[in-house]
Design a protein around this ligand. Structure first.
Ligand code: ADP
Ligand code: ADP
Length: 229
């Protein structure tokens, strides 16, 4: 079980309260979009989910385990969480396989286990035939799939995507949106997807949390949210 339970979560930067008091339950296997304008607290929420920062109040539980509170922050590498940033950085001098294996090498895995996980991650994004290529030999979409595979290789319980389509041209946006949806449907990883784009949230997510001024204003299916006036 990798549901996420956020209770009365708040975060202040000095006197400024970026998150007021957020309550949000993300069911196991859901694909939830955090939607809202710049400054509403989406990144702050994601940082707290990832374990990069300490909340000022409240708590986050993943699969029942307390992972964040003002007193307790389980470090990022022990949360079973992977994060994909919007720039999808890949190392130009490493092959596809080396890029994807990077996060695994930090863990002390047996060689066979490392290879098995690498193979599964490459297969999940359909990059197995390209495993020995270098990034310059790949299309833009393939490079982004490398970054996605790197996040999947650690076999996270939870996948966090930070504006995953915002820096891409229209064609790549479509390709990656499809890819994220497909990977989610195949692997069933609980996924939190941050975006400021309504249309994107509508077509990608199963559930949408609309944020404004550090609170969750609305929560529901894309149809619920967008059919209201
Ligand atoms: P979003 O991701 O929705 O654009 P953020 O979570 O990044 O919003 O920011 C929410 C608010 O908190 C913004 O007003 C932002 O300026 C402020 N903020 C974010 N990080 C910091 C920080 N490290 N120090 C001070 N203020 C911050
Ligand atoms: P060079 O040695 O040519 O300066 P680097 O190997 O330092 O290049 O980095 C090359 C590229 O790899 C950079 O453009 C950067 O985006 C990416 N990169 C470097 N470090 C990281 C990292 N920790 N995570 C993801 N990408 C990285």
């Amino acid at each position: 079980m990798s549901d996420i339970d956020i209770r009365q979560l708040s975060k202040s930067y000095g006197a400024y309260q970026a998150l007021q008091s957020i309550d949000l339950h993300i069911p196991d296997g859901a694909l939830l979009a955090l939607l809202g304008p710049s400054g509403c607290g989406k990144s702050t929420t994601l940082q707290l989910l990832a374990g990069f920062d300490t909340p000022s109040g409240g708590e986050i539980r993943a699969g029942g385990e307390l992972i964040s509170s003002p007193q307790r922050v389980v470090p990022p590498e022990r949360r079973g969480i992977s994060l994909v940033f919007q720039n999808y950085a890949v190392w130009p001098h490493k092959t596809v396989a080396e890029n994807v294996a990077f996060g695994l090498q930090l863990r002390k895995l047996a060689r066979a286990e490392l290879e098995a996980r690498l193979s599964r991650a490459l297969e999940a994004v359909r990059l197995t035939p390209l495993r020995d290529r270098y990034p310059f030999e790949l299309s833009g979409g393939q490079q982004q799939r490398v970054a996605l595979a790197r996040a999947l290789a650690v076999e996270p319980r939870i996948l966090l995507l930070d504006e995953p389509l915002s820096n891409l041209d229209a064609h790549l946006r479509e390709e990656m949106r499809f890819e994220i949806r497909r990977v989610h449907d195949e692997l069933g990883i609980t996924t939190v997807y941050v975006t400021h784009d309504q249309g994107e949230a509508l077509v990608t997510a199963d559930e949408v949390a609309v944020m404004k001024g550090g609170i969750v204003q609305q929560l529901g299916s894309p149809e619920d949210i967008f059919e209201r006036p």
